[in-house]
Ligand binder design. Structure first.
Ligand code: C5P
Length: 241
């Protein structure tokens, strides 16, 4: 069954306090599909924030981008499963063994706890990294960023990872190499009526959907809007149009 437009919106809780975050969750739980807790809020409020949001009827994408030795990331994955988050992410650059170990650990832990496993997403090449930085600093030469993104997405998929977080411009290539069941989550979304802010290469919600995104991480266009519920409604209308 096709996903409802509302379910596709992941609201980025990029705010400075737990209270502010929970106020937003109360206001927006009926208008979006999930909430993203990133390094700022997680480190400020602690892991209990996940339970608080769940208790208010929201699902949580924990965006901490784990990158460490396989055993450590697998352990973090068990903790994420215990927290009952909806999604969390890891760096594909951690390698195939790390990806496999975390995928296995999450399945085992979910079985033990008798609950649905969180979806694990891979981050490939950060969208802040240019071709030149990839070559000169990471010493990955002879390939375009797009080729590395596609290869690492495929490696993640083969390792049991559920999907990726990627820039809207990478959606098509990842869809082509990983197929329709692989989850694609994309930030950098700006409805036509909102300000771009510091995001450079943006797409509208509709464009992201047409490129093949499953979920969209959206922050400021909603939380900085005069009426966030109305802003989310406009985005849902656009997705349903
Ligand atoms: O406010 P805005 O809609 O730009 O928020 C986008 C969210 O997605 C932020 O939490 C940001 O950290 C995150 N993100 C991003 N670009 C990436 C990866 C994550 O904007 N490449």
């Amino acid at each position: 069954m096709a996903m409802k437009a509302k379910e596709r919106i992941i609201l980025a809780l990029d705010v400075n306090s737990k209270d502010e975050a929970l106020e937003l969750v109360k206001k927006m739980a009926g208008s979006v599909g999930a909430f993203k807790v990133g390094m700022q809020l997680y480190n400020l409020a602690g892991p209990g924030i996940v339970r608080c949001i769940n208790d208010l009827g929201g699902r949580v994408f924990v965006d901490l981008k784990f990158h460490d030795i396989p055993n450590t990331v697998a352990s973090a994955g068990r903790v994420m499963t215990g927290l009952d988050c909806f999604m969390f992410n890891v760096h594909a650059a951690g390698g195939r063994v790390m990806l496999k170990e975390v995928a296995r650990a999450v399945k085992e832990e979910a079985l033990r706890l008798r609950r649905a496993p969180p979806k694990i997403l891979a981050v490939t090449v950060l969208t802040s990294i240019s071709q030149k930085e990839m070559e000169d600093e990471m010493l990955i030469k002879g390939r375009t960023v797009e080729q590395v993104v596609a290869a690492w997405a495929k490696m993640a998929q083969q390792s049991g990872i559920d999907g990726v977080v990627c820039s809207p411009r990478e959606i098509a290539v990842i869809r082509a190499c990983c197929g329709s069941d692989f989850i694609i989550v994309t930030p950098g979304i700006r409805p036509q009526w909102s300000e771009e802010g510091d995001q450079k290469r943006v797409t509208t919600p509709r464009q992201a959907l047409d490129y093949g995104a499953d979920y969209m991480v959206i922050g400021r266009p909603i939380i900085k809007a005069g009426d966030p519920v109305e802003a989310a409604r406009l985005i849902i209308d656009e997705l349903e149009a």
